[in-house]
Write a protein that binds this ligand. Structure first.
Ligand SMILES: *Cc1c(COP(=O)(O)O)cnc(C)c1O
Length: 362
């Protein structure tokens, strides 16, 4: 019915392209949060491990616990642990990224209570994204707290808000300067310096000179890097296909879908597809914003996208029930499709729902 094809050999290609931007000593952290951007977390993570990824990263503890349960032994960072997930993080031998005083204190108390020493942690600073992270003025507090037998400070990092912006970017440079300052104070204050990292996928292409000791890539493994010239170097991994469920011939002035979302301007032929907003194709793709491809021709998504279905205008297109329909593939990428609905590849990919079958191509 609907299939998200995942071409894992393209992950190999994308890994190679990312590695080419990096020094051989720079580590690569593979970000597999949100079911590896809506693909298939365990298969995606396994492929990255086979390719030699240095660490994996997830957003929340539960995602890391699931990877451990499926046999992943590689170090896993948890970017956004919550205070109530500390036991889960430590129980699954995950590496927390600590971003606030409350979280630091809670972790420290837990480790003391359990008499655990030398536990690997990461520190996240807020240099301008203003989402999570210690403010720059907290460096001294962080240094004092991490100078403790409970912790082993593995790395110190921050995250750019607009790493793809055309250079020179004053916003990026301000964040980079703040990060440089943080790095300097950390290095001056300890004997063994932790690793430092700042770049996500587009950062790797835009600021290779600030790769420091590691980079954190997610979307680039899927074939996207927020700029067409970098996208051109990469290969999209995911291809979304569906099949026509039913075809209707309609007269001029017919109503299509909920809320009479489309009133046909002429006699038209429409087809119904068995996926909708519950599957990640949101209402913003309806009303002629976006097209899908059938037998080499484009058909607009018409009216309001329903929860389980959507309708397309196939007037003049040679097709029948059961024919394959492509939402995005390697030629019309998920980025192009996402943009037609006013969103980005990240949201589209991560939102592909669990009802859509994942078919792996090794
Ligand atoms: C999601 C995430 C990344 C990966 O970003 P991409 O743009 O997908 O490469 C890196 N770092 C942090 C902190 C993240 O949350």
């Amino acid at each position: 019915m609907n299939t998200l094809h995942l071409f894992l050999s393209h992950v190999n290609h994308n890994f190679e392209i990312i590695r080419k931007q990096l020094r051989s000593s720079t580590e690569c952290i593979g970000v597999v949060k949100a079911n590896a951007y809506g693909s298939h977390a365990i298969h995606f993570a396994k492929r990255l491990v086979e390719l030699g990824i240095n660490k994996l990263a997830v957003a929340y503890a539960e995602e890391g616990i699931q990877l451990r349960e499926q046999g992943i032994k590689t170090p896993i960072m948890v970017f956004y642990p919550q205070r109530n997930s500390i036991a889960g993080v430590i129980g699954a031998n995950l590496e927390p990224c600590i971003y606030s005083r409350e979280l630091m204190n809670s972790f420290k108390l837990y480790l003391e209570a359990m008499a655990i020493k030398d536990y690997p942690i990461h520190i996240k600073y807020n240099t301008g994204l203003n989402r999570v992270g210690f403010p720059v003025i907290d460096v001294a507090w962080v240094l004092e707290k991490t100078d403790n037998p409970q912790f082993r400070l593995e790395s110190v990092y921050s995250h750019l808000a607009i790493s793809e912006e055309e250079r020179p970017s004053a916003k990026c440079m301000l964040q980079i300067e703040r990060f440089e300052e943080i790095k300097k104070i950390h290095i001056e204050s300890v004997q063994t310096a932790p690793k430092f990292h700042l770049l996500n996928s587009s950062g790797v292409f835009n600021y290779p000179e600030y790769q420091y000791d590691a980079v954190r890539c997610g979307i680039a493994f899927h074939g996207y890097a927020n700029k067409s010239e970098w996208d051109a170097l990469l290969k999209p991994v995911a291809v979304l296909k569906s099949k026509i469920s039913q075809i209707h011939q309609l007269k001029k002035g017919a109503f299509v879908g909920y809320d009479n979302g489309w009133i046909t301007p002429d006699a038209v032929t429409i087809a119904t597809l068995p996926l909708g907003h519950a599957d990640g194709i949101g209402r913003h793709f309806g009303h002629h914003q976006s097209t899908v491809n059938i037998n080499g021709q484009n058909a607009s998504i018409v009216g309001n996208v329903c929860m389980d279905m959507l309708m397309i205008d196939i007037t003049g297109i040679d097709c029948e029930t059961g024919d394959e329909v492509t939402f995005f593939d390697t030629s019309k990428s998920a980025e192009d499709f996402a943009r037609s609905g006013n969103t980005i590849s990240y949201e589209l990919l991560a939102g592909i729902g669990p009802r859509i079958k994942r078919l792996l191509h090794h």
